[in-house]
Structure formats: structure tokens, C-alpha cells
Ligand binder design. Structure first.
Ligand SMILES: C[S@@+](CC[C@H](N)C(=O)[O-])C[C@H]1O[C@@H](n2cnc3c(N)ncnc32)[C@H](O)[C@@H]1O
Length: 438
């Protein structure tokens, strides 16, 4: 999914990131000495992250990512800027704080992560992120897709109302225009904000920076953000507005209320300068489906292959963890190259979204896989009964260690006919053969 405006922004961010970091001194030393770049607002939003898998969206040079890793999270940072990711990777090595950083356009990253079945307990994005993204629907769906059920999204951002003003507080820009705004390039707002954003101490660094690469911004309004999150199925738990901006001196005469909370001059009325959102992915979608669209069962379409493979991997991780990740990835390749093309595949879809599938070889169930987020919602049962209605008697082989699957087939009237001590590839994993008459 190429995106020309995102690509233009990548070049602009590469240039600006060098200037920004030039003002921040020896950051590895700052972290080695126990430093953190997090503000109390985001720590409060995220809660205790110790031991959790945390995805940091648009992590820039990784300072917040490493601060979160220091709190015990296993952090993956994603950013489009080559310069930012190279810096973050170096900073992780030099500070001795482990985290992994991946350079990618966010939309392409989400697409791959979903196909690979990657899941996180927390997703975090902060300060100046969505204004670089051309489609909030893709953003919100990506977040919802990579969160585990019960996982949470913590988001803190500059308020779009503040973006109406020019630096002298004069209303100048439309609120939430539905089209990109071309700018001269990402500026050196770190230099403009002094110690507000150079937390370990400000250094002069690059002077008079001008960005040779233009940039394109998308100033989304509050309603755009909230609606995109609602449409993604996330449950919004809290929306907060703040009359100050953390660290950022974006306008004339701003004053520090303390703790680098920057507010408009005392002569001005109070204005919202930041907002935050806490949202959660519901635990399983059973409840959310009450009275909702029915399960539609139909033959698969080959272009749905990647979605089926993602469901296969996510469900196999839950059902067959005893095989180990390396073996599962080998098997996924086999499914891609051999089993999917040879089987008669039928998918279950809800509201147009494929949530499970069954692969049949005549009346043998070669595979039955359901998105783990929606286990227990009757998808597997619907797929089996639909196949039985068309084919009559059914047969299946199930790993004996997958007790949930064995129980599922028993409840559906399957009986055990044989047991083998090795699987089809001769590996030492017992398999139970079961059949059900028409
Ligand atoms: C203002 S910074 C975010 C700061 C961040 N909160 C931090 O911890 O430093 C915005 C970041 O978004 C990144 N970005 C812009 N467009 C992007 C895209 N399409 N995909 C991924 N990252 C993007 C930029 O490279 C930049 O690092």
C-alpha cells in the first residue's frame, strides 16, 4: 500500500529528526542515569505495564519507548523515519535498555502484523502522531486488530482546536479540514521549546534549521478520532481535555505552569491544548454480537488467503502451542502452498469480516480455524453444521493435546475411531481420529 504523502513525510522527518536530536545531548547517559521522558499523564493512562507486550506507534527516536521498557514492558516501536529508527536502535544498545524497533509506514506495518497474527496487551501513541496519517479508519482498525481481547489503547495528543491558531494566537486554519495541509516541512520545534522537549538538558546543536523536504499534515478533529475508534469496535473508556500542552511551546508567550506544562499567557482565556483517550478491546466479541449481524457461510475467495492464514496462525498458537513457534511457521507455509489450494474452503463472515474457515477434502475436515478473539461465539459450530448439511457424514483428525478441540467435536456428536502416536509428518504428537455419521 504505497502512500505518496506518507513517503514525502518520511523524508521530512528524516531531516528534522537529526536537528531534534542535536539539541538533546548525551541521551544514552541520560537513560543510563535512570532518566525517563514520560509525563505523568501517559503513565496514568497506561497503568502498570510491567511484563506486558507494548506497541509504541510512531515512536520517533525511541526515548519514550525506552522509558516504557524501563518500567518493565516488552516494547516494539514502529516509525516510518529511517533516521529515527536507526537512532532508537542505537540508543537502546548504548543505554542497555532492551526494546525492538521496526521501520515502516504504519499502515503497511498493521497489514503485515495482522497477517502474521501479532498481538499486544497495550498500544500507545503520543504527541503529534495522527496528524501524519491519511486515514483514521485504517489507523483505528489496525490498533483494534493487533490488541489482544481485554488489551488497551492509550492515546495522548495535542488538541485539534489549538491547531486553528497561528503562532501569534490568531485564528488562521480551518478546524479539522478533511484534506491534507501542505507545509514547508517538519520544523525544529525542539529548538523552539528549549528544555520543554529536551528533557535531559537543552544543547544548541543545529542552528537555524530549515527542512529541505515539504510535509503534509492531516488535522483530524475530535469527532474524527472518536468515530474511527468506535467504528473499529474499541470501547472508549475515558476522554480527557487539558488546558496545557506537555513540553511543547507552540505559541507566543506560553508559560510553564510547573512540570513543563505549557499554558497560554495569563491574559488569555483557558483553552484545550491536549486531550487523551483510554480505550479497551472487549474481551471476546460474543457479547458485542448479541442481536448483531448473523454468521454468513460461503466458499472462500482466493484473495482472502492472507486473512485465512492469519486466522490459522492465531488459532494454532492458541490450540497447538505444544508444536512450538518454529514448527507453526513451517506449517503455515505448508497451509499457504499446499493445503489451502487443494481444499474446498468455506469461510464464516460477520458483517463482511472473515472470522473463521473450514477446509474440506471430500468429507474429511482438513482444518477448522476460528479467530481466537471470537472463540465461543458459535462460529466453529456453524461451519461444521453447514458442512454436514451439504456432505452428510464427516471425519476429522485432532491433536490429542488440543483438549478443547477434542471436546468440541465430541459435543458435536463425533466419536473416536482410532488414535495414532505420531502426526501426519511422523512427529511425536498423538492424533485422535473421529467421525460423525449423518
Ligand atoms: C511527533 S513524532 C511522535 C513523537 C513520539 N511520541 C515520541 O515518542 O517521540 C511523529 C512521528 O511520526 C512518524 N510518522 C509520520 N508518518 C508516519 C507513518 N505514516 N507511519 C509511521 N510513522 C510515521 C514520524 O517519523 C515521527 O517520528
Amino acid at each position: 500500500m504505497g502512500n505518496d504523502l506518507h513517503e514525502a513525510n518520511r523524508l521530512s522527518w528524516n531531516a528534522a529528526t537529526v536537528a531534534h536530536n542535536s539539541h538533546k545531548g548525551d541521551q544514552a547517559a541520560f537513560f543510563r542515569a535512570g532518566g525517563s521522558t514520560l509525563y505523568p499523564e501517559e503513565i496514568g493512562l497506561l497503568g502498570d505495564v510491567a511484563g506486558l507486550e507494548l506497541l509504541h506507534l510512531q515512536c520517533n527516536s525511541g526515548q519514550d519507548s525506552l522509558s516504557l521498557a524501563r518500567l518493565g514492558a516488552r516494547v516494539t516501536g514502529v516509525d516510518i523515519s529511517d533516521e529515527a529508527i536507526a537512532f532508537a536502535t542505537r540508543l537502546s544498545e548504548e543505554s542497555g535498555i532492551a526494546a525492538s524497533f521496526e521501520r515502516s509506514d504504519l499502515f503497511e506495518w498493521f497489514e503485515r502484523a495482522v497477517a502474521d497474527g501479532r498481538r499486544f496487551d497495550r498500544v500507545f501513541a503520543s504527541y503529534g502522531t495522527i496528524c501524519w496519517l491519511s486515514d483514521l479508519g485504517v489507523w483505528a482498525r489496525g490498533i483494534a486488530d493487533v490488541l489482544r481481547p481485554g488489551g488497551r489503547f492509550a492515546f495522548i495528543e495535542f488538541h485539534p482546536f489549538a491547531m486553528v491558531f497561528d503562532p501569534g494566537w490568531k485564528p488562521h486554519y480551518d478546524y479539522a479540514p478533511k484534506k491534507p495541509v501542505a507545509e514547508a516541512g517538519v520544523g525544529d520545534y525542539v529548538a523552539d521549546s528549549g528544555t520543554g522537549l529536551a528533557i535531559g538538558g537543552y544543547q544548541e546543536g543545529v542552528v537555524g534549521f530549515t527542512n529541505p523536504h515539504p510535509s503534509f499534515e492531516f488535522n483530524w478533529g475530535i469527532a474524527d478520532v472518536i468515530q474511527a475508534l468506535i467504528d473499529s469496535g474499541l470501547r472508549i473508556e475515558r476522554l480527557t481535555e487539558y488546558p496545557y500542552a506537555n513540553g511543547w511551546v507552540g505559541f507566543e508567550g506560553m508559560r510553564d505552569l510547573g512540570d513543563r506544562r505549557m499554558a497560554p499567557p495569563a491574559t488569555m482565556p483557558s483553552l484545550p491544548l491536549m486531550y487523551s483517550i483510554a480505550a479497551a478491546k472487549p474481551e471476546g466479541k460474543q457479547g458485542a454480537r448479541d442481536g448483531a449481524a448473523p454468521i454468513a457461510i460461503r466458499p472462500w475467495r482466493p484473495e482472502e488467503g492472507e486473512r485465512l492464514l492469519a486466522i490459522w496462525l492465531a488459532a494454532s498458537r492458541v490450540g497447538h502451542p505444544f508444536l512450538g513457534e518454529a514448527r507453526l511457521l513451517e506449517q503455515q507455509q505448508l497451509v499457504r502452498d499446499t493445503y489451502l489450494p487443494m481444499a474446498d474452503n468455506w469461510v464464516a463472515a460477520i458483517d463482511g469480516q472473515v472470522v473463521g474457515f473450514i477446509g474440506l477434502i471430500e468429507n474429511f475436515i482438513g482444518g477448522l480455524f476460528v479467530d481466537p478473539d471470537i472463540h465461543g461465539a458459535g462460529i466453529g459450530r456453524a461451519l461444521v453444521e453447514d458442512a454436514a448439511a451439504r456432505l452428510g457424514p464427516l471425519e476429522v483428525s485432532v491433536y490429542a493435546d488440543n483438549q478443547a478441540a477434542v471436546d468440541f467435536y465430541r459435543r458435536r456428536g463425533f466419536v473416536e475411531t482410532a488414535r495414532k502416536e505420531t502426526d501426519d509428518e511422523g512427529l511425536p504428537f498423538a492424533v485422535i481420529e473421529m467421525t460423525r455419521s449423518a
